[in-house]
Design a protein around this ligand. Structure first.
Ligand SMILES: [Zn+2]
Length: 86
C-alpha cells in the first residue's frame, strides 16, 4: 500500500523536495555537519572517514556547510549522499 520511498529516488521533483528538506535541516543544524574535502559531500560531524571517498579531511566551518547544503538543495547531484544522512 502506498508509494515506496525507495522508488521515489528516481523521480525528480519529489526527490528534489526531499533534498531541499534535508538541506534545510542541515542548515538549521550546521554545527552537526561537516564537508568532506575529498568529494564535497556533507557528512555528520562525528564521522572520522568519509563514507563515500574515505577521505579524512573535513571542512567544519558552519558557513561552508550551510553554503554546501543550499547548493545541494538547489540542484540534483547524484554524487552527494544526502540520503545517507538521515
Ligand atoms: Zn568524501
Amino acid at each position: 500500500m502506498g508509494p515506496s520511498m525507495k522508488s521515489a529516488k528516481k523521480i525528480s521533483s519529489p526527490a528534489l523536495a526531499e533534498r531541499m528538506a534535508k538541506a534545510r535541516r542541515i542548515v538549521e543544524n550546521s554545527a552537526s555537519y561537516k564537508i568532506c574535502e575529498g568529494c564535497d559531500s556533507i557528512v555528520v560531524s562525528n564521522v572520522v572517514l568519509c563514507p563515500n571517498c574515505h577521505a579524512y579531511r573535513f571542512d567544519t566551518e558552519d558557513e561552508h556547510v550551510v553554503d554546501q547544503a543550499l547548493k545541494i538543495g538547489a540542484r540534483e547531484q547524484r554524487s552527494v549522499t544526502a540520503d545517507d544522512l538521515v
